[in-house]
Design a protein around this ligand. Structure first.
Ligand SMILES: [Fe+2]
Length: 601
């Protein structure tokens, strides 16, 4: 954006607000002769991330876990900030505003009021809090100016603490293709709000209604996830995969009694069964839960029919509650368009039901629907809601992370002693090897944001082999056998393979595989006949599209099995060194780094 446009942005910014205090002249410093930089930060609890905007355009977004290699880390995103500044040749003094994804005072007041309300049962919550963590949130501004990051001159940015669910909603609506949409944010909790019903129109996003703690569809799912022996804040996707194996009827009635919803957007959990709000998230369920549903499953223990049936009942109840929510939201905001965000919006089976059975014609789901995406949301709130910059519909929300040139890729491969071949026909060659049954590590361009690998940090394989799922699990991923693998399919061919398919560029919708085609693609067909689909358009990722197309020309199947480039428990690989380490530590056949084809010596 040139000086004239930047000047216009500032004038518009003084006029706008969208439910926020209208910024006065002192809030917007003299930046007329240059671009305006906004930094969005999420972190301190889980899924820390950083997004950088120049004027209204996102330049990059990256999660801290990709640097520290600790999955879902909630650490202050020190590495992500340092990379972001270095990547764009900036320092702290170039930033105009920094947005943080939560309001610590709201958090503190909400928790204190809850502790008083449930006292003395809440004693554990009061005595186990980490005051250092709370102070850390209040001290963000100081952390950003403490000399850890470069600054040519004293940094003059203004730090703004933002409403958590507003950042979710902004991340869902403002990058969407819609001029008007209903917006639903569902997560565990942000400050004390757990479900956010709202409306987006033009450059504005506003809340219409909300549900507050302790009543939370996300925390209900997390609590049962914990009961089933998986980690909350990350293991929910495993439970979703497990649910397809179970009989939902066996525990449905009992599970349904724990959750009450009403047609007017109300939600209440039977809190006699849950303890997260009393225990600083140390205990999730009360003994009453085990009395009702049986003993909890120990982590890493053998999978049982009981666990599968509990997961199935949980999944069905959550889907029904979410359908009631979207129907209510459609009454509040009668639009054909729905935008979804919040950690619960990563539940692609639920999203598929909302798409098929809900009242909305079109759905847009942010790829980083979890809290990582609120870094994007924070930047979007500053750029558009606070300063009124025009929305940018066409920018990619996916490929926003680090990329590496050929020299860096080659150096990493050589350091590991790999056999390297540079091929001009790398796409055709890789398609050939995939069709021959090889498992390929595919490392290209800018890293994806969010938990799904979408064709730049992916492990790819032929979806046709009935044994491919087990082969990948045995030789590469080492993950739970009940978890399905997902397909990437050319967007124009999706309808030939999946019933009711619609655009799903972020792999966040599940569709049934057409019954007559299931035998052709057994490696991506889940036990219940469904698949979590990524539809790929040429304009979104030209090289990945070309690869799937080349595979389709050879096999008649225009799709690939796509799983994230990592092993179980690790974040997706970030650098060529990470990719090489993952490749050499597993029995993958081929590693493709840009145009370099690498094999083990
Ligand atoms: Fe959230």
């Amino acid at each position: 954006m040139g000086p004239a446009a930047a000047s216009r942005a500032i004038v518009v910014g003084i006029q706008s607000g969208a439910g926020l205090p209208v910024p006065g002249p002192s809030d917007i410093r003299a930046v007329r002769d240059r671009c305006v930089y906004f930094l969005g930060i999420s972190g301190y609890f889980h899924d820390s991330a950083v997004a950088l905007f120049r004027d209204g355009c996102v330049l990059s977004c990256v999660e801290e876990e990709r640097f520290t290699r600790e999955k879902h880390t909630g650490d202050f995103p020190r590495h992500a900030i340092a990379w972001t500044l270095a990547r764009h040749g900036l320092d702290m003094s170039d930033l105009d505003e920094v947005g943080f994804y939560a309001r610590p005072w709201n958090l503190l007041i909400g928790r204190t009021l809850r502790a008083l309300r449930y006292f003395p049962a809440s004693l554990e919550d009061l005595t186990t809090r980490d005051p250092g963590k709370a102070l850390g949130v209040f001290g963000i501004s100081r952390s950003l100016r403490d000399g850890a990051f470069p600054a040519r001159r004293p940094a003059g940015f203004r730090l703004r603490y933002l409403d958590h669910h507003l950042t979710h909603a902004a991340s869902a609506f403002l990058p969407s293709p819609f001029e008007h949409a209903a917006v639903l944010g569902i997560d565990g909790a942000g400050e004390d709000i757990t479900t956010w019903f709202g409306e987006g129109r033009g450059g504005r996003v506003e809340r219409r209604q909300c549900i507050r703690l302790p009543h939370s569809l996300g925390l209900f799912y997390s609590a049962v996830t914990h009961y089933l022996g998986f980690k909350p804040w990350g293991g929910e996707g495993k439970v979703m995969g497990l649910a397809s194996y179970g009989d939902p009827d066996r525990y449905y009635a009992a599970m349904r009694e724990l959750v009450h919803w009403t047609d007017d957007g109300g939600l209440r959990l039977d809190m006699r069964y849950f303890a997260y709000h009393l225990s600083n998230w140390r205990r999730w369920t009360t003994p009453r839960f085990e009395e009702r549903f049986g003993p909890a499953r120990a982590p890493e223990s053998e999978m049982t029919r009981h666990a599968e049936d509990i997961a199935a009942a949980l999944q069905r109840v959550v889907e029904e509650a979410a359908l009631a929510m979207v129907r209510h939201l459609h009454g509040l905001v009668p639009s054909p368009n729905l935008c979804l965000a919040g950690g619960v919006a990563l539940n692609s089976v639920m999203n598929g039901r909302i798409a098929r059975e809900g009242p909305f014609e079109n759905i847009f789901i942010q790829p980083a629907a979890n809290d990582a995406g609120t870094a994007l949301g924070a930047g979007l709130v500053l750029a558009h809601l606070r300063h009124g910059l025009p929305r940018q519909h066409e920018q990619s929300l996916v490929y926003l992370g680090p990329d590496f040139d050929d020299a860096a890729c080659e150096a990493a491969a050589r350091a590991a002693g790999l056999r390297i071949e540079r091929r001009a026909d790398v796409v055709e060659y890789t398609a050939e090897r995939l069709a021959a049954g090889e498992i390929v590590g595919w490392f290209q361009g800018k890293m994806e944001v969010g938990p799904r690998a979408l064709g730049n940090r992916s492990i790819l394989a032929d979806p046709r082999g009935p044994e491919m799922k087990d082969t990948i699990n045995l030789r590469v991923k080492h993950r739970e056998p009940f978890r399905p693998f997902a397909p990437s399919v050319l967007a124009e061919a999706a309808g030939d393979w999946f019933t009711g398919a619609r655009e799903s560029p972020h792999m966040l919708l599940v569709f049934p595989v057409r019954p007559e085609r299931r035998a052709e693609v057994p490696a991506i067909t889940h036990v219940d006949g469904t698949a979590r689909v990524q539809t790929v358009r040429r304009e979104d990722n030209a090289r990945y599209y070309a690869l799937i197309d080349a595979f389709g020309r050879r096999t008649g199947v225009p799709m690939l099995l796509n799983t994230s480039f990592n092993v179980r428990g690790e974040p997706i690989v970030g650098t060529p060194e990470d990719a090489v380490r993952c490749f050499t530590g597993t029995q993958m056949d081929l590693l493709v780094l840009g145009d370099l084809v690498c094999r083990k010596a």
